[in-house]
Design a protein around this ligand. Sequence first.
Ligand SMILES: [Zn+2]
Length: 267
Amino acid sequence: MPELPDIEGFKRVLADNALGKTIAEVVVNDARILGELSVRTFSSRLRGAKLVEVHRHGKHLMARLSQGGWLTLHFGMTGALQFEDKGSSEPPFTRVRLDFAGDGSLAYINKRMIGRVGLAEDAADFVAAEKLGLDALDPRLDFNAFKAAVLGLKRDVKSVLMDQEIVAGIGNIYSDEILFQAQINPSEPIASLAPETLKRLFLEMRKVLKTAISRGAGSEQFVERMPKGSLLPERHKGGHCPRCQSPLKIFKVGGRTAYCCPRCQGD
Ligand SMILES: [Zn+2]
């Protein structure tokens, strides 16, 4: 499932290939991905427009249209964004395709159809309507803001990290990596963390996500690009702790599968 580092990669695909180009044709292969929005409205708003700015918030991408409004993209479980040069065949499971005047196409791919392509009038209103917390890498999310956002929560630390309404961008996989680096057990109630442990969690959250972005690692793809000592490449059945070599413990936390080292992160 794509998480913040993956979406950052899709943002680059859009920024490097599609910004400033005129959308000549809009192809919707499966209208279900648009939800309530009609194909006709969607296509007419995009056709002839240029994507002039791209912004990521958590797991959402928003691209501003030259004629006003924003194209919004959410990738759900299996979504991706790919740019194809002119003459290339359409990638499998392309649900929406934007063809640029004379130069290539942007394909929104989504095998399992969980996700959404839409339109918004205003980016800030869209973020508010989706009830998203600050992006995990937003400079406004300093330690004090993070502390305030999690204050009084009675839930386990992994569920809190993954709650998009508290902090946006982190999912099942990167929450495990962050908690491993911070040496915190995923099932620990966040309220019981000592102030210095909470600070460590915050710093590792930023560090892990920034490292993943700079190395081009995703949540399922290219995990081997993470630095030595990362949990991600070992996050599978039979995996071992990269620090102490103990077999990783796999268990359910808040309905999701967590991987952790019982020795380094407490049993
Ligand atoms: Zn260990």
